[in-house]
Design a binder for this molecule. Sequence first.
Ligand SMILES: [Zn+2]
Length: 113
Amino acid sequence: MSSIYKCPCCGEKSFNPLTKAMTGTMKSKVKCCPKCGKRCVNGKGAAAFAALYYTVSFLFVIFVFFHGQDNYCWDTHEVPLVPALMLNMYLVPKIVNGFCFRMMETVRTDVYR
Ligand SMILES: [Zn+2]
């Protein structure tokens, strides 16, 4: 097992691909380490990937939206394609987070209140 599942605070392997996937990135929701109770998030790599992925997906949605009518095939597939892309925008970064990128302790201080 790779060290990406280690807690950044106590060093225990307290995460698995599923719990890591459900853990947010730096500015979103955090997950408590079951061993030490510190709040952990996916680090800078995950945040950068999510930002890039959202941008590309968003541009693609816009492209489909404006050019769907130009093409017979796309016209008939436009309706299911846009929700599918939006679902991808939600799921793909989570799946990638489950298998890539190191974790870090959250930089948010308000979560401790
Ligand atoms: Zn820990």
